[in-house]
Write a protein that binds this ligand. Structure first.
Ligand SMILES: C[S@@+](CC[C@H](N)C(=O)[O-])C[C@H]1O[C@@H](n2cnc3c(N)ncnc32)[C@H](O)[C@@H]1O
Length: 253
């Protein structure tokens, strides 16, 4: 099939691959200023615990040793700030995100927190990173990969920029498989989240996309295979909160 005619999903809609990024950009442009508040409201604050688990796995050194982290699709910097605060003076984090509005919010937050010396914000597409090979000790990605049109390209780029012995950690919504809870989660996702989104951001459709994109994301075992196909070794995943999210890990060895 010619590349131009390839199709993918934007939520439940089938769209040309070339159109997905623009539509994703529109979503995050629309919600950028209320993005962090929405995360707290939607997850009841749980996203903080999920991100802390990710940061524990990053395990930045507490001393002077240089430790370079790339936070892909890092948005407003939530994960980057946590990594910088957990690490010592040698820890540096680059937040790379395609969306200028999310990055602008992140830069303001970094200044407010006094973290602008250790966290920098750079606009870039996860599918086409400009960083050199073997450059980072760790690449993180939280709730970003399902928004990227060409997931395989982003995984290949994460692999390329990691040094040997470096780790890729990817936090993403996953699949709930607990009888009873799954029905509740479904109801909450489709009935409650878009309404909260409408009230808080004025954009119900953005949060309908969010919920649908979660359902369309590959099941964790399939995603593990995709990470392995990019070259990563010792790939694993850890479900959290009954599978609402999973932390995927792979090493460049
Ligand atoms: C749900 S937000 C996650 C933000 C942040 N990681 C967090 O956990 O709060 C998804 C982010 O992915 C970014 N994104 C979407 N497509 C991207 C791409 N191709 N390359 C880099 N970032 C992308 C969006 O701009 C948005 O900031």
């Amino acid at each position: 099939m010619a590349r131009g005619s390839e199709q993918t999903h934007f939520g439940y809609d089938r769209v040309p691959l070339e159109d997905k990024q623009r539509r994703v950009d529109d979503v995050f442009h629309s919600v950028a200023r209320r993005y962090d508040l929405m995360n707290d409201l939607m997850s009841g604050g749980l996203h903080r615990a999920w991100k802390d688990t990710l940061v524990t796995a990053v395990n930045p050194p507490s001393g002077e040793r240089e430790f370079a982290v790339l936070d892909l699709a890092g948005g407003t910097g939530d994960v980057a700030f946590r990594v910088a605060e957990a690490g010592g003076p040698g820890t540096r984090v680059i937040v790379c995100d395609v969306n200028a509005d999310m990055l602008a919010v992140g830069r303001e937050r970094a200044v407010e927190r006094g973290l602008d010396h250790s966290v920098t914000f750079e606009q870039g597409n996860a599918e086409e990173l400009v960083y050199p090979d073997h450059h980072f000790d760790c690449v993180t990605m939280a709730f970003g990969i399902r928004n990227v049109p060409r997931i395989e390209s982003a995984l290949a780029q994460a692999y390329r920029v990691l040094r040997h012995g470096g780790r890729f950690l990817c936090l993403e919504f996953s699949s709930v498989d607990v009888p009873g809870f799954d029905a509740l989660y479904e109801l909450y996702s489709f009935q409650v989240i878009p309404r909260i989104g409408e009230v808080v951001t004025g954009d119900r459709e953005a949060y309908r996309y969010l919920v649908e994109s979660i359902r369309k994301f590959p099941k964790p075992k399939i995603f593990v295979q995709m990470i392995e196909a990019a070259g990563f070794r010792r790939v694993s995943y850890t479900p959290m909160t009954a599978g609402v999210v999973a932390l995927h890990s792979g090493w460049r060895l």
